[in-house]
Design a protein around this ligand. Sequence first.
Ligand code: PLP
Length: 395
Amino acid sequence: YMRFSQRSENLEPSVTLGASEKAKQLKAQGADVLSLTVGEPDFTTPVHIQEAAVEAIRSGKTSFYTPTAGIPQLKQAIVAYLKKYYGLSYDTSETMVTDGAKFALYTLFQAILNQGDEVIIPVPYWVSYGEQVKLAAGTPIFVKGKEENQFKVTAEQLEEARTKNTKAVILNSPSNPTGMIYSKEELEKIGAWAVEHDILIVSDDIYGRLVYDDNVFTPIATISEKIRRQTLIVNGVSKSYSMTGWRIGFVAGDKDLIKAMSDIASQSTSNPAAASQYAAAEALNGPQDSVEEMRKAFEERMKRIYPLLLEIPGFKLQRPQGAFYFFPNVKETMEICGYNDVTEFTEALLNEAHVATVTGQGFGSNENIRISYATDMKTLEEMVKRIKEFVEKKR
Ligand code: PLP
């Protein structure tokens, strides 16, 4: 049966998952591949979180469907979390548990977009935003954050992109792939613009706990009550608690919007996995030491590897402020090595140097590659060495 929908035929599969698959295949053939592709912390999920899931399983809490929007215990933990880390008060009816932040975004676009509605997406962007908007019959409108402005977009640029069909704008700070953080002043302007034109702010805060040096993460929802009411917070446990495989995300925002999203989830997934929800409740409520330990480890790697990357001929990059990615501009490196396509360049790095990175193409850039530092120091050091050797050999 080969009669597929246009929707599915127009879809770009995730380049990050694709790159990681390719690396795995090469590895399976016996190659010593360094994999710096996916954004998944290399730590095991903290033991007290594991135990909460085991306890839920053993005590028979997993033989039932849970409420679609999540178990009350986890929703209360989300409310407490938002109070503690954002200083904001939400009612449990203004929150929802989702199958990862990824599915939160998916249900959101299904809930708000009609054919032709536009969502403004700053470039570089996380790979899934545009594709999810398209799956909901919406139109992604890409606005390029200038590299000189740390890849961030300004309220003026957003205003230029606005049309009568603009429904939402996505902000992701700290950013995947750039690692940059929007300042309070920048967010004030963007927030005021969104309120003035009644545009929903989708604030993807998934890397909010992973911030380095003296940088500060300001969630846009905390800037004013008006802006908070214009914002849907998207967050989750994947990155800060090393829980990518558990698939738990959450949102907070307008009650009616949450209801619409929850209705869509009720007809698609029913509920996020029960055991994962109990584990996530423990993650949010329990001791937070491991979050800080992991953050410190990422920071140490960033500090050590950032200056080394600058030594690679042609590599230009800004010091990451948060998340766990380097996003070097490799235009000059490509020139030195004789490539003019960044995807070809990353493929050569993989096949010849056995270093798996992700082409900037999937994030909307022809000049950058993404290197995840959610991996051990030895691998990262070896990665720098191999890329250097690769460039030396080609020049
Ligand atoms: N948002 C951003 C910016 C991400 O990088 C990711 C994961 O890579 C997600 C959302 C989705 O996270 P999850 O579905 O694991 O909660």
